[in-house]
Design a protein around this ligand. Structure first.
Ligand code: FAD
Length: 466
């Protein structure tokens, strides 16, 4: 048979898990080879986080432009060139970033191999690209193959029935977008098109949308969604779809009766499945759990000591920053300077809905479940000067601190800037800071971040602005 090339560390997949692991391992002295079957940058940069945020941004600008503003601004003849928006998203955002990642890999002397990798055994992978195949014998491996959308039988992706990838590149702005699945991905894309002028109907099987965020946080999001004409059916079971050249008619059961909603596009976003089923893991001793995920220890090691797994193929939330962080841990472990790390303690999660939702660490529900002696304190953006001056005085900041030590153990934000503001609170949690540490830190005025200081003062019993 063919001769196998001997390599040191191989990373399979170049998403936010894989490319970060590869660069860090190279920085720590490893000779690294990265294998990518599709696009450098993975789901996140090409068809996930980044292009979705780009379209969400276009939606915000469009919505602002078509809405008469309370400060007297009225625009007329507003027109959105959708083709231009798509080109901008691809050329100025996605391609810039993926090109940058490829450059960084090269700068760190990481060998990039294009092709589909699969394991022959615990030490060897086969990489196929077209008619070519190459064998690699490795010392260490980091699997970072990510995930793909779940397809459900009656709703196969074709034509006007799309997954999140299709929804990011629709040929036109839908007149009426039907979304099956009101999780973060479905709701973010639904909100983007709602802002872009589509009618949007969300059909969700659970009794609530946006799992992972509590009812109090979601309320302003739902209010905004409904105010713009968005429709949400919860505890609703999608049964079938009839597609014609012009439209899609989705039949679902809700409140015990069958209903049909007809739109021109259907987005099916009912979850993602790990890419662990087709990479030859059956030829190795790597164990998968019941969800097809690879269980890892706190240095991202699988049950086979020289094979590591990171990102969406490991248990826990499917988030890009989780993948990257795990990539750094695995790279450090392989290079012999592993630091055990409680990754999930303050892993932040964000939904880029209107308004943004962000959470880190404990929540009001989790402190109840764990019987923690802790309390939540809440401060509204309505009392924040900056929020008022940008006409976004909606939502609140919530800090959760330990009653005895006053250490911050959790935080949630709904409202303007939530996605950026949450990092200060993760930093505080990771470093055991107290609410007093936060309130004694000078926050510049006027900023949204001042509301964090105000919430901390409230927790200290020394509130000024409420
Ligand atoms: P991936 O990014 O999935 O990358 C895996 C890579 O491995 C892919 O490039 C794939 O081609 C390659 N690969 C797979 N199998 C093989 C093989 N056999 N051989 C070679 N290469 C292979 N997360 C956030 O944190 N914030 C967000 O705002 C956010 N928004 C999202 C929006 C959308 C629409 C979607 C779909 C996802 C979003 N996510 C977001 C989730 C985020 O994209 C994932 O958590 C993240 O990409 C996971 O990174 P990863 O490195 O594990 O895998």
């Amino acid at each position: 048979g063919a001769q196998a090339t001997e390599i040191d560390t191989v990373v399979i997949g170049s998403g936010p898990g894989g490319y970060v692991a590869a660069i860090r391992a190279a920085e720590l002295g490893q000779k690294v080879t990265i294998i990518e079957s599709t696009f450098i940058g993975g789901v996140c940069l090409n068809i996930g986080c980044i292009p979705s945020k780009a379209l969400i941004n276009v939606g915000h600008h469009y919505q602002d432009a078509i809405t008469d503003q309370p400060f007297g601004l009225k625009a007329s003849n507003v027109r959105l060139d959708w083709a231009a928006a798509q080109t901008w998203k691809q050329k100025k955002v996605v391609d810039q970033l993926t090109g940058g990642v490829e450059m960084l890999l090269k700068k760190h002397k990481v060998d990039i191999v294009h092709g589909v990798a699969s394991f022959n055994d615990n030490e060897q992978i086969n990489v196929v690209e077209g008619d070519n195949h190459q064998l690699f014998q490795f010392k260490n491996c980091i699997i970072a193959t990510g995930s793909r959308p779940v397809q459900i039988p009656a709703f196969e992706f074709s034509g006007r029935i799309v997954d999140s990838t299709g929804a990011l590149s629709l040929p036109e702005i839908p007149k009426h977008l039907v979304v099956i699945g009101g999780g973060v991905i479905g709701f973010e894309l639904g909100s983007a098109y709602l802002n872009l002028g589509s009618k949007v109907t969300v059909i969700e099987g659970l009794d609530h949308v946006l799992t992972g965020f509590d009812a109090e946080m979601i309320k302003p999001v739902l209010n905004d969604f409904k105010a713009k004409g968005g429709e949400i059916f919860t505890s609703a079971k999608a049964k079938s779809v009839l597609q014609t050249d012009e439209d899609v008619a989705v039949t679902f059961e809700s409140d015990g009766k069958e209903q049909t909603v007809t739109g021109d596009y259907l987005l099916v976003s009912v979850g993602r499945r790990p890419n662990t089923d087709d990479i030859g893991l059956n030829n190795t001793n790597v164990k998968l759990n019941d969800h097809g995920l690879i269980e890892v220890d706190d240095t991202m090691r699988s049950n086979v000591p020289h094979i590591y797994a990171i990102g969406d193929i490991t248990p826990g939330p499917a988030l890009a920053h989780k993948a990257s962080f795990q990539g750094k841990i695995a790279a450090a472990a392989i290079s012999g300077d592993a630091k055990a790390h409680d990754l999930h303690y303050s892993l932040p999660a964000v939904a880029y809905t209107n308004y943004e939702l962000a959470t880190t660490g404990e929540t009001p529900d989790s402190i109840k479940d764990k019987h923690l002696d802790a309390k939540a304190y809440k401060f509204p953006f309505a009392a924040n000067g900056r929020a008022l001056s940008i006409n976004e005085a909606v939502g609140f900041i919530r800090l959760i601190s330990d009653n005895k030590t006053k250490a911050l153990i959790g935080a949630q934000i709904v409202g303007p800037g939530a996605s950026d503001l949450i990092s200060e609170l993760s930093l505080a949690i990771e470093n055991g800071l107290t609410t007093e540490d936060i309130s004694l830190t000078i926050h510049p005025h006027p900023t949204l971040g001042e509301a964090i200081m105000d919430t901390a003062e409230l927790a200290d019993g020394l509130a000024i602005h409420i």
